[in-house]
Design a binder for this molecule. Structure first.
Ligand code: NDP
Length: 496
């Protein structure tokens, strides 16, 4: 249905008229939904004439109407041929439609109207495996494919997102100017970069979202402790987050949490958070992060816990039935010095967040080796410092840690982060313990703590697991300080 056209318009005549009267556009964009329309305005505002097309023509009309003073920089098109004719070759065309099949349909349709050297850029939240497939399907066709992760939501798309590009370096060079111009800037540095071949950009965007899941879940867990354990009202909790945003937790997500908690519902006058159903949605990137982490054999427990928490949140009816079955145990009040408790909560969130980022970066490092991407970790941390949803002050310190090589094994091994974790982990430990005793669920924070505790233990407990495996399955084990495979003296009852 993508070629539905405005009946009153003749695309051929329109494009001929345009050829005569108008300067050609430098770039094209398909899909004028929330992200596409804002990205198009952002591109136009930076002085790049843009041709746009949307499956539903009325949306194109509405977009042009809303473009205001940027109207002259926008070329509305009502068919793909018209779109191709409106752009100066070689044409870069951004696709910003629903991820999945619609992207394949658009690419197939574009193949009929584009020419050699044109670049098709998928800017939606694609699964990086689809991006790799599309990249190889288009190679040799004359067209070039770029898979581009964009983060920052509506506001970011309009005024400066973080842009993660995957494709050939040559294709990046051809679009670098416009992409860096429209991206967010951190102290003047653009938050847009080429990260590697084929699916690299979409993979990094996926992990960005996985970290975002963990970050949001941990904030919600702290909110739960403040609300149920300390009995605080939304506005009071909002003030706490507002304060924290001035310190080490300074980040976009903490900033918006404070704002969300301060807002009232115009209909009831109650705090907005109190009238929202406790059921969170998800579109797939969190789940993909977890699946890929498992495939690569890299622990990403805080991200896994966050994805699972969203799934549990969606089981509203089951949870209500369980509350009846177990009796409304609620959450016990947490007593003690409130100022000290708030300090602990702030540091606990800080430590949990570091562990979640360490996991996300470790997954990217594993994928980089697996797919030969050579992902530039310092650059990734740098382009996440502004524009994207997880932007935070801490990412600047991470960029330094990766840049100096201190985090090459794991972020938790970078000297700056060792110091931070040494200071903050006792608070995470106390908060996880107190929340668990009180009955306030903290799945992401406790997973982060368990990851940290397992990671920092020179001698863990899997010696016992190896013994068990050898007992029932004759899998053998390694002896400390000796080469070779050994079996235990298990005697009768052993499986081998
Ligand atoms: P919207 O729902 O606002 O818009 C969807 C767009 O896709 C519309 O232009 C729609 O056209 C088009 N579309 C849907 N199905 C088809 C199809 N079968 N053929 C052609 N066009 C189709 O989505 P968003 O702008 O929010 O998201 C677009 C992409 O960006 C998605 O991949 C999303 O995951 C990603 N993204 C979204 C972010 C956000 O914060 N919203 C952030 C980062 C990435 P029509 O008007 O005809 O329905």
């Amino acid at each position: 249905m993508w070629e539905r056209r405005s009946p009153e318009r003749n695309p051929q005549q329109a494009s001929e008229r345009r050829e005569e009267t108008m300067e050609k556009a430098e770039i094209g964009l398909i899909g004028l939904g929330t992200m596409g329309s804002n990205l198009a305005l952002n591109i136009a505002e930076h002085g790049h004439r843009i041709a746009v097309f949307n499956r539903t023509p009325s949306r194109t009309d509405a977009f042009v109407e809303s473009a205001g003073s940027l109207k002259d920089m926008v070329v509305p098109c009502y068919g793909l041929e018209e779109l191709a004719a409106a752009i100066r070759p070689p044409r870069p065309i951004i696709i910003m439609v629903l991820a999945g099949k619609p992207v394949d349909e658009q690419i197939a349709a574009l193949r009929g109207v584009l020419s050699d050297n044109d670049i098709v850029i998928d800017a939606g939240n694609a699964n990086f495996r689809d991006t790799m497939r599309r990249f190889s399907e288009l190679s040799g066709s004359g067209l070039t494919f770029i898979g581009m992760g964009v983060s920052g939501g509506e506001e970011g798309a309009r005024h400066g997102p973080s842009i993660m590009v995957g494709g050939t370096e040559e294709s990046w060079k051809r679009v670098e100017k416009v992409l860096t111009a429209i991206s967010a800037k951190f102290k003047g540095e653009p938050c847009a970069a080429w990260l590697g071949h084929d699916g690299a950009g979409h993979f990094v965007k996926t992990i960005h979202n996985g970290i975002e899941y963990a970050d949001m879940q941990m904030i919600a867990e702290i909110y739960g402790i403040l609300r149920d354990g300390l009995g605080m009202a939304p506005k009071e909790i909002g003030k706490v987050f507002e304060e924290w945003n001035k310190g080490r937790l300074n980040s976009y997500l903490i900033e918006i949490t404070a704002k969300v908690l301060a807002a009232d519902d115009p209909k009831t006058g109650k705090p907005v958070v109190d009238i929202i159903l406790d059921r969170a949605g998800q579109k797939g990137t969190g789940k993909w992060s977890v699946i890929e982490a498992q495939q690569l054999g890299i622990p990403a427990t805080a991200i896994e816990a966050a994805v699972a928490a969203r799934v549990l949140s969606s089981l509203k009816d089951e949870r209500q039935a369980a509350e009846k079955a177990y009796g409304d145990m609620g959450v016990e009040k947490i007593s003690g010095d409130k100022a000290a408790l708030l300090k602990d909560l702030e540091l606990a969130l800080f430590a949990g967040k570091i562990a979640a980022y360490a996991q996300g970066f470790a997954v990217m490092s594993g994928a980089s080796k697996e797919f030969n991407w050579n992902l530039p970790m310092p650059t990734i941390a740098k382009i996440w410092r502004a524009g994207c949803i997880i932007r935070s002050q801490m990412l600047d310190t991470m960029a330094e840690a990766f840049g100096s090589g201190g985090a090459s094994t794991n972020l938790l091994m970078a000297p700056a982060f060792i110091a931070m974790m040494k200071e903050a982990h006792p608070s995470l430990r106390r908060i996880v313990a107190r929340a668990s005793e009180a009955g306030s669920p903290v799945p992401a924070l406790s997973s982060a703590l368990a990851y940290f505790d397992s990671y920092r233990q020179g001698r863990g407990t899997s010696n016992l697991i190896q013994a068990q495996r050898d007992f029932f399955g004759a899998h053998g084990f390694e002896r400390i300080g000796e080469q070779g495979a050994f079996h235990g003296p298990w005697g009768s009852g052993a499986g081998h």
